[in-house]
Ligand binder design. Sequence first.
Ligand code: BG6
Length: 303
Amino acid sequence: MEPKAAIADLDRRYGIPDVAKIVAGNGGLAKVRITSAAAKGEMYLHGAHVTSWQPRDAEEVLFVSAKSGWQDGHAIRGGVPICFPWFANKAGDPGAPSHGFVRTISWQLESISQADNAVTVSMFTKSNDMTKKWWPADFHLVHRATFASGLRLELVVRNMGTASFHFEEALHSYFRVGQIEKAQLHGLNGVQYLDKTDSNRKKLQYGAIAIVSETDRVYLNTTGAVELEDHGLRRRIRVDKENSLTTVVWNPWVEKAKAMADFGAEEWIRMVCIETSNVSDFAVELAPGQQHKIQSTVRLADL
Ligand code: BG6
């Protein structure tokens, strides 16, 4: 929770009248609230976490759990958590936080800008004593989110050190669906994936993806768009990406949903994650002084 005076000060320095306001969000955490002619949106400093994007005349696109925690040291359940520098569990270190350490800390606001009806919010974080307890690298990380008729997310990793480093990353996007059994994912036909619900066995996708049980898959060597066809909300969500070679698809289904403290027992019906990522064998190697940018663009269309 940020003190009210600090939030008011951020608003004075970075706010844009009638367009972007920094306010106290859930749990008193600071968030940027966007209102433009093209879209509404929200991004928390905590985790540089986008929790809402609602294009004009459309319903909310992102899912956020009603049971989510909103506090330092915990990840927000829903929206777009940023996973870095590892995905899921850290290899060889079971005590390390799941999906890395940047989704549970407060980032710094860098800028808010407006061009036509698009509003871009930029936040950054960098290595410090805490991050070095888990991972020795010197890094600088920027998350730039552009709220418009589409939602563009860019994560830029820069190597500030003198040695190369190796990292995984994901824009772990939770999408809202009307009813998961009435939704299908297109764009991954003929693609190999690791099935995390079946000891990471490598399998081949045939046709569209229907979610009919716990689903936790890493699709490999993917470059194209994925389309979520949602007959419940009568809309299509298209996710395009750049510099990303894996796509993770996740729905916890009944049992896992019950076991998660920060997720409602019935909420698996209303969400699916489609994660633009570079994980597993597609982790990124970054030389000193170099930077890497992964990008995901989400658009909405009627069915
Ligand atoms: C997905 C992983 O991306 O995130 C799943 O593939 C994991 O294995 C899920 O269960 C949620 O992770 P967490 O750490 O946010 O509970």
